[in-house]
Design a binder for this molecule. Sequence first.
Ligand code: CO8
Length: 375
Amino acid sequence: MSTKNVVISGSGLWTPENIITNEELAASYNTYAEKFNDENAAAIENGEVEAKPLSSAEFIEKASGIKSRYVYVKDGILDPERMTPNIPLRTENELSDQAEISVIAARKAMAAANKSAADIDAVIVSCAYTQRYYPAIAIEVQQELGIEGFGFDMLVACSAATFALQRACEMIAAGTARGVLVINPELTSPQNNFRDRDSHFIFGDVATATIVESADTCTSNHSYEILAMKAATVFSNNIRSNIGYMVNANNENPFSEYNFFHQEGRKVFKEVCPLAAEHIVESIQRAGLDIAQIKRWWLHQANINMNQLIAKKILGHLPGEREAPIVLDRYANTASAGSLIAFNLHHEDLVSGDHGLICSFGAGYSIGSLVLRKR
Ligand code: CO8
């Protein structure tokens, strides 16, 4: 199936108003850890309980490149007695949290692409977690925006956005939809274990949206032909989040470490970097291009050292800020949305004929890429 007539024609970004700095996060975690250690001093002393080690803002920035993150709701996260956002439950008649942020990003993407609801036939909400199983968040968004046709949710952790864009591209190429709205409402903070020193700093909240359509209908000022796409998955237990609909039946504590996001960060780093580098090279070959022809690298935003290692492997040099823009310093890891935040903020300066690559890599493991050419 040729994808050459399929274009990305609009991008939207919703950024939460609330910021948490590394300093704030480390201070709150350390208060929690010191209290825990005080309360368990005797058990720690005789080896029954492990002391909680302390965190530091310096470590976080050095190990990850993250300086701060945006969160949907800040209230509760920094409270050492709670350490999770305080998000009031909405009634079934209210717009759900994820639909609300999806709609904001979607409207921006539709405006950028000069599209109205009547031009869209399908809505895909694709992210690391949806806040419920059904009705699909995508169908709620579809109704809110007045879109006819169909919508569905899909989950592929870090590669949810790239995998959904690929499905959208296939729909346009197959003629089963005229325009597809892909949204990635990444509300990671409720699943982030802020009591875990190794991961409390990793994630942030955001929503991105993208319009995919045929070049024949495109009237956008900034549009990109999809020259090639590639998706790959390899099963790994090194990044897991076990919370799910069986939690009651399992008679387990829903707030146990087992249920929250957890990872073997070092192993992930070592295993994913070579996989991603190899994948990217193949994807560019599939587009019939050379590495040197790629002007902009919109890479997954999990860890700056990871991005530098992958880019250096492929390019032979460390990429500059314009070549491979970094947004994780402000946004942290936003699961699947990171590469699309980078795309949203850093694509308008490209000129006709310039090539770029969107690539995600992470949990699953999953890797997804799209090679683009500006029209
Ligand atoms: N403060 C101070 N010191 C610390 C801290 C801290 N917060 N954490 C660890 N340390 C210490 C360690 O104890 C260790 O000490 P020692 O050397 O004495 O043993 C030292 O610092 C180094 O620790 P690490 O080896 O753990 O540190 P690294 O340098 O490897 O960095 C990272 C850790 C940042 C986790 C890094 O390994 C990494 O980024 N790995 C890849 C991670 C990645 O990409 N994961 C993907 C996750 S996201 C995803 O896939 C999608 C899921 C989406 C949903 C999320 C919802 C919540």
